[in-house]
Design a protein around this ligand. Structure first.
Ligand code: EJD
Length: 401
């Protein structure tokens, strides 16, 4: 790949946002990048970084200049072969992006969610009863992984067998947006097996007669997408729908366990569940970063990003930019977190965000009804991923109400 020398006035850094030190605690790097300027050159990968709210949001909205079609990872599909057939939604620009997006936004829309509401509320109450019996336990496997795995694969309509593949597949897909580092390489041995399993779940005759999967195929019958596109649209659900919600739930649970006054506020006012989840998505940014590719020489903050070059957008840094947020490091249920870029912004903004909010709302509501206190019961550990900010372990003690 050819590279144009960065303009002399462009701030530059040798920092590696995908190194373990940065993944363990990215906040110092995010501050450094925001303060360095509106655009910063990342020497190590020879890419451009945006870390301020205004520039990140403007780039997310400007899909014409900041394209997704060359991939939203470091790998530039103009020059490199993607590790799997590109997503029809995520890794596509208009007009090709639009029909698959319309289909998924209908399938995951208010009518579908209305049908799931009561069932998910009951599933959440049953799960919270189970963990209350445990008293002290690790909230990651037993709560924040358990709940999405209990409700989401059934909602899609995939068979029981092999569901243990969902998290490892997603974990690898999100690592693969980053560089070819130890995390990405660690996933490589299972890529073929996991990809084959995921692809097999997307076939019409494997999917249950009712569910998001069947609904996607029904849209193909109506001519909204082609029968060739349908399996890849199902694949998007299976790729983006599990790890993201797991880590979003971990974020809100950790936030509430470590902010007892906010937990009390939520218990007193359970209608704040959605604010709590969105504030946790802002505060933690489970999806930390992804890339765009410049489609022409594009001016940002007094520098020019040349055509074809990758731009790394720091959603997490934007979500704590003091230029936009008062006291940004504070997890605060009295703030209005709307406008955060944790779900992205513009035409690619998370199409599953209402599903995620329903999952979180169901679980948080069940917790507020049955639990008086959530306390950390031991040291937490992070799970490192090139794209996702995740907890590996959150030992908690739940005190029943
Ligand atoms: C994603 C950053 C897909 C897909 C869609 C979205 C993501 C990943 C995969 C969510 C990326 O269509 O396969 S946040």
């Amino acid at each position: 790949m050819t590279s144009t020398a960065a303009p002399a006035h462009l701030p530059t850094t040798a920092a590696d946002p995908f190194a373990h030190e940065a993944l363990e605690d990215p906040l110092p790097l995010h501050r450094e990048l925001r303060e360095a300027g509106p655009v910063v050159h990342l020497e190590r990968y020879d890419v451009f970084a945006l870390a301020r709210y205004a520039e990140v949001r403007a780039a997310l909205v400007d899909w014409q200049d900041f394209s997704s079609g060359a991939g939203v990872g470091l790998s530039n599909f103009r020059y490199e072969k993607p590790w799997r057939p590109p997503s029809l939604l995520l890794e596509a620009d208009p007009p090709r992006h639009d029909a698959p997006r319309r289909v998924l936004s209908k399938v995951l829309g208010p009518r579908a969610l209305h049908r799931l509401r009561e069932r998910w509320a009951a599933d959440a109450e049953a799960l919270v009863d189970e963990v209350l019996d445990r008293g002290e336990f690790d909230a990651v496997p037993h709560l924040t992984e358990a709940f999405p795995l209990r409700v989401f694969p059934d909602a899609v309509g995939i068979p029981q067998e092999g569901r243990e593949n969902l998290l490892p597949y997603g974990n690898h897909a999100f690592n693969a947006f980053g560089p070819d580092n130890d995390l990405t390489r660690a996933g490589a041995p299972r890529v073929a097996e996991l990809s084959a399993w995921v692809a097999a779940q997307c076939a019409r005759d494997v999917l249950a007669p009712e569910g998001f999967g069947a609904d996607i195929w029904a849209q193909a019958d109506r001519g909204e997408i082609t029968p060739e596109q349908a399996p890849l649209v199902v694949r998007s659900l299976l790729t983006a729908g599990v790890d993201t919600t797991v880590h979003g739930l971990s974020a809100v649970l950790y936030a509430l366990a470590t902010h007892p006054a906010e937990w009390e506020r939520l218990r007193a006012q359970p209608a704040l569940a959605r604010v709590a989840f969105d504030e946790a998505v802002r505060w933690e940014s489970p999806v930390q970063t992804f890339f765009r590719t410049a489609t022409r020489d594009v001016a940002v903050g007094g520098t020019v990003i040349p055509d074809g070059r990758k731009i790394l957008m720091f959603l997490a840094a934007a979500n704590r930019d003091p230029r936009r947020w008062a006291d940004p490091d504070r997890f605060d249920l009295t703030r209005d977190p709307s406008g955060h870029v944790g779900f992205g912004f513009g035409i690619h903004q998370c199409v599953g965000q209402h599903v995620a909010r329903l999952e979180a709302g169901s679980l948080l509501t069940a917790l507020t009804r049955r639990v008086a206190r959530i306390e950390l019961a031991g040291p937490t550990t992070r799970h490192h991923n090139n794209t996702l900010r995740a907890w590996g372990s959150i030992p908690v003690r739940l005190v029943p109400a």
